[in-house]
Write a protein that binds this ligand. Sequence first.
Ligand SMILES: [Zn+2]
Ligand SMILES: [Zn+2]
Length: 562
Amino acid sequence: MPDQILVAVAWPYVNGPPHLGHIAGNTLPADIFARYHRMVGNNVLMVSGSDMHGTPTMLRAREEGVSAKEVATRFHKAHAEAYERLGAAYDLYTHTDTPNHHAVSQDMFRKLLDAGYLREQTTQMPFCTVEQRFLSDRFVEGTCPHCGATEARGDQCNQCGKTLDPIELGDIRCKEDGSTPEFRDTRHYSLRLSAFQERLEQWVSKQDHWRPNVRNFTQGLLRDGLHDRAITRDIEWGIKVPVDGYEDKRIYVWFEAVIGYLSASKEWAKINGEPEAWRAWWEDPNARCFYFQGKDNIPFHTIIWPSMLMGYGGLNLPYDVPANEFLTLEGRGLSTSQNWAIWLPDYLERYEPDPLRYYLSAIMPETSDSDFSWAGYVRRNNDELVATLGNFVHRVLTITARTFDGRVPEPGSLDETDLEALAACDDALTGMARHLEGRQFREGLHSLMALAQHGNRYVDRKAPWATVKTDRNAAATTLWTALNLVATIRTLSYPYLPFSAEKMHALLGFDGNVLGDGWKRRSPEPGGLLATPVPLFKKLDDSVVEEETMRLEAARASGRRS
Ligand SMILES: [Zn+2]
Ligand SMILES: [Zn+2]
């Protein structure tokens, strides 16, 4: 029986194009994971979309003097296109301004209200006397009551990661004009998180398979005790509150954005003409739901969303929340406001997707922050992709083309070295599978490179270009064996380097596609026609490092925003 695997990927704000931090943080690990599970034959549903109603989008719209919808629509398109060009194989990448998402969010709201998990109360919200409006969370900043950081936002502190309410901030000020807001009474609904405290404690205590950072952080929040949180706001951009008297208010973004995983699953099912198909991932208790996140999103996926699901009833809780730490850039924290970032659409205009996928996988910030540098990118591309992996594949294919007319040779009897090479294929498949099942993406990549290294050593030792002159059979056996390694490298590349995997598939003259061959070794048929060999990867000149570093510095100095 195939497993039902939901791959739920963080919903990015669309106040700018996607940058590499998004990719290393969640898009890429999720895509690797989904591709692997599809390959072993599991039923994967991978969904995400753009968070259209985020306050950063409203902030940018105010700066540009256009509507929030215009900014959100523009950057939703940029995100969707860039992910596709990166090879992120979403079943659906949608956004939160669809009629479907509005309806699913309002249904969740009503159901939680009917079940007694929402409470209406008069709360105090910051009101800017300069602008004469209530300020939602990211329109204010102040001092974090937990760690003392001075630029904490109204919804969360970036320094310590704790979620906040604006009223908790010390020295609160309006981000727009710097004035000190007044706290004024306003009616809002809150989610009664405190009602879920015990159930969450019990549930979290059983999640031994979570990464320690995720589990410890969540248990810390539970130890501090959960507070009810307002889920409506005095704003115009967002989803209407399905209650009379709330016409001027909207459901707040952190409440509805997490519902996107569910609404996107339903939308996907409708698009595919099987409107009930989403239930296989959400209602079958054997289905497993994985939520790929950056570490700043942990509380939303281990506390808030599970509470909402418990309150709604009948839907699966997260199985795991593999949250990554942050990516830094040339030793400094990524910052969109300071324009210190590499934007994915810019990257893809100049370079291929696979070398980026490779480098970000090799340095993926799984357990601690890690640093992207152009020097590291060029070195990994040249030393590993070109000189090890690409070199092995290309030399095997070119020698075969030259000595056996571009056809897969018929092997003779295999000696110990040949058998070892074939065993290395099976070991690599098992090894990578174990790491990917365990959400260890850096480790998983080692299986791929180790097999390419094994292949290079094997071919060096057997020297088929020389033996072919004296013992044609021996050379045939060597090249057939080496082609098995190439075919397996193709399989192992599929999660990480999908474009190169398809190229190898075509070079081997295989029919169908990589996915169709499944997670096992496919032996090339003797006599099968190979395609004309072309190198898989391009060597990059060292000047790339200087050019790109200058480009980064210039963008930062100009303050130009993408
Ligand atoms: Zn103001
Ligand atoms: Zn803090």
